[in-house]
Design a protein around this ligand. Structure first.
Ligand SMILES: [Zn+2]
Length: 283
């Protein structure tokens, strides 16, 4: 146990909480510049917390290439590759070719992060839909599962996915924060749901807590979405506001509490689901 190593005595309690079963963090933005200085320490803390597999989110071509690179360098890492809806206006044929090359690499396990974000509209809705449809095409072509982002665009997302459902294999709506109707729409389409520390936030996570029992265990996966969304249920404040994979056990604890599920059972189930979803069994 890393907790017995002398160097860990200085770690805050939040970073020394070990999950009761191995966990997969399905959304870690470890190519974010905030991790550039201490990535190895972050990976070590994740392992000590029993977060043994990290799926690194590739949100544009450059970061997806970096994520694939890291996955080759360190054990327990895999990568996704896609264009985030914020960057959809940058979509070109050249980008598409770059992504297609990445999907041939064994470390790249999903198409995304892609989808629709009508909350901020950094790219116009038309540009977002164009890039999203192109990436749905790439998912259909490669057979890889999809890592989806949706904010304030649930009904449009459902329309588009309905159209594509028979052509794609699996898809997870990551960092789900939507309403009941949208959730049921996704589950009816046989999609998976990714949950973050959003629901540890007493200011805005309430409606989600009531929906947790409606998500079957074999469709539910967990993620930090780090460095964003630092969970608010930590026992003490961390220096800085950066979230990291070692904090995933706190999110699992919160979900288990509100779902009324045993923590170890939930931890184990999300890992079984994630390993099947990203086809990690045979690697
Ligand atoms: Zn996202």
């Amino acid at each position: 146990m890393a907790a017995s190593e002398p160097s860990d005595d200085s770690l805050p309690e939040s970073l020394r909480f070990t999950a009761p079963a191995e966990l997969v963090d399905i959304g870690a933005n470890l190519t974010h510049e905030s991790f550039s200085r201490d990535l190895e320490a972050v990976l070590q803390r994740a392992r000590a917390a029993n977060v043994t597999t990290l799926i690194l989110t590739g949100t544009d071509l450059k970061h997806a290439e970096q994520a694939a690179e890291l996955s080759r360098r360190f054990p327990g890492l895999r990568a996704t590759a896609g264009i985030h809806p914020h960057d959809a206006s940058q979509w070109t044929r050249t980008l598409e070719t770059g992504l297609r090359d990445l999907y041939r690499q064994p470390e790249v396990v999903a198409v995304g992060e892609c989808g629709l974000d009508f909350n901020r509209n950094f790219s116009s809705p038309v540009e977002q839909e164009r890039a999203f449809e192109a990436q749905l095409g790439l998912a259909a072509e490669s057979g890889l599962p999809l890592f989806l982002h949706e904010r304030d665009a649930g009904s449009r997302m459902l329309d588009i996915l309905h159209h594509w459902r028979n052509d794609i294999t699996h898809a997870v709506v990551h960092c789900f924060t939507g309403e009941r109707d949208t959730l049921y729409g996704y589950l009816d389409l046989d999609l998976h749901i990714g949950l973050t520390g959003w629901l540890c936030d007493e200011r805005r996570g309430h409606h989600l807590r009531d929906l947790l029992r409606d998500i079957p265990l074999d469709r539910l996966m967990v993620e930090t979405d780090c460095p964003y969304l630092l969970p608010r249920n930590l026992p003490a404040k961390l220096k800085g506001r950066r979230n990291e994979p070692a904090l995933l056990p706190w999110i699992v604890r919160e979900i288990a509490h509100w779902r009324g599920t045993d923590e170890a059972e939930l931890a184990h189930a999300t890992t079984v689901t994630a390993r099947r979803f990203f086809r990690l069994e045979d690697t």
